[in-house]
Design a protein around this ligand. Structure first.
Ligand SMILES: [Zn+2]
Length: 52
């Protein structure tokens, strides 16, 4: 099953594994929300994952 993380801006990151979806949302944050990238931990991101 796919995993998704919905960004507060409306962007949806997708991946087949926790690591993939975290890499995808971090890549998005790096370009659109660089401040978030440093303040949000991996544990926070794990808590945001939804299984689709
Ligand atoms: Zn965003």
């Amino acid at each position: 099953m796919a995993r998704i993380i919905r960004c507060e801006c409306g962007y949806v990151a997708r991946g087949d594994t926790d690591d993939e979806v975290i890499a995808a949302i971090r890549s998005h944050m790096g370009t659109d929300h660089p401040a978030l990238l440093t303040s949000v931990s991996r544990e926070d991101l794990l808590g945001w994952i939804q299984v689709e």
